[in-house]
Design a protein around this ligand. Structure first.
Ligand code: ADP
Ligand code: MG
Length: 317
């Protein structure tokens, strides 16, 4: 190395200035730049974990939740089955109500809807039929089902002529509410009279949203409907939460849709997010919840987390 280049490389110092202090030896480790950054969950908020819910001594009275979105294919039925099963695993007694004439909830629990003697239709339309008459036990301990089939589509029309037509479901469920901790009502993809009955019977609404374009389309109308029902028919009704479903963290699209949902609804969005996985369609074919079909899968874990989040909200509320 030549003298010239060494001189050029040395730091310039004004003549007469004191020599530069040697750099102090760091005695304390430099702060870890990552440690101060909060660990963000998929909804872009600090990640939350929810405690194992305490066991319940006595059962009831049930909190009634309607799974509602007039858009089809957003995960209402999947959430009803798997949230129900995850709640039952915590020792809660759970009643699922199939309020969709398609009967997908019943099929998803291994019931053949065409072979049913009595369904929710009979419960709504016939004075002498009780919830116990219609009720089926599911393969999940502590979880029962009020099943439906296509007969229920007639109820939408026939109920119109009934007295207190919006309160019919609440009236027929009331006698069994003390036997359960949670009732989940799987709504059909419409805001018709059956869904109005569900919202009138409910204490809270869970709104599943598929993480896809147009996820928010129609949500304003749903919220207006909820508001009207709260004012006119059911002052207890609350929005329990919006649930992001079919989320794909690998795509920018999925992350953007979820960010938009959180922008719009803030803390009403559940921290728990349900990822997209083929295990869910598989469970429908198997006719059982993912919590038993693939007990350690990410889908089962997510619904257990949702059950804990839901119970934590209810306890702290
Ligand atoms: P809805 O009751 O709102 O119409 P479903 O729960 O029936 O919606 O879901 C629609 C379809 O999407 C079903 O075939 C279901 O198996 C599938 N599905 C639901 N959730 C998921 C998920 N997280 N990942 C992949 N497929 C899903
Ligand atoms: Mg459905």
């Amino acid at each position: 190395m030549s003298t010239k280049s060494a001189a050029a490389a040395a730091p310039r110092r004004r003549r007469g200035a004191a020599p530069a202090e040697p750099a102090p030896v760091a005695l304390v480790a430099a702060p870890d730049p990552v440690a101060d950054v909060p660990d963000l969950g998929p909804t872009g908020r600090p990640r939350r974990t929810f405690p194992e819910p305490p066991p319940v001594g006595e059962h009831g009275p049930a909190r009634v939740l309607a799974l509602c979105n007039q858009k089809g294919g957003v995960g209402k039925t999947t959430t009803t089955i798997n949230l129900g099963a995850a709640l039952a695993e915590t020792g809660r007694r759970v009643l699922l109500v199939d309020l969709d004439p398609q009967g997908a909830l019943s099929v998803g629990l291994g019931v053949n809807p065409m072979q049913l003697d009595r369904t929710v239709y009979d419960l709504l339309m016939e004075r002498d039929v009780t919830a116990e008459d219609v009720m089926l036990k599911t393969a999940v301990a502590g979880m029962d089902l009020l099943p439906s089939n296509i007969d229920l589509s007639a109820a939408e029309v026939q109920l119109v002529n009934e007295v207190a037509r919006e309160q019919t479901l609440r009236r027929v469920l009331e006698p069994v509410l003390d036997d359960y901790d949670v009732v989940l009502i799987d709504c059909q993809p419409s805001l018709g009279l059956l869904t109005v009955n569900a919202l009138t019977a409910a204490d809270g609404v869970v709104i599943p949203l598929e993480c896809e374009y147009f996820a928010l389309r129609g949500v304003a109308l749903l919220l207006q409907t909820i508001e009207k029902i709260r004012e006119r028919l059911n002052p207890r009704l609350e929005i329990e939460g919006l649930l992001a479903t079919m989320y794909d963290a690998r795509t920018l699209h999925g992350r953007e849709v979820l960010a938009r949902v959180v922008d719009a609804f803030g803390d009403r969005v559940f921290h728990t997010v349900i990822s997209r996985t083929v295990r869910f369609p598989e469970t429908t074919v198997a006719g059982e919840p993912i919590t038993s079909y693939a007990s350690s899968s990410t889908g089962a874990t997510a619904y257990r987390e949702l059950a804990r989040e839901l119970l934590a909200r209810t306890v702290s509320a």
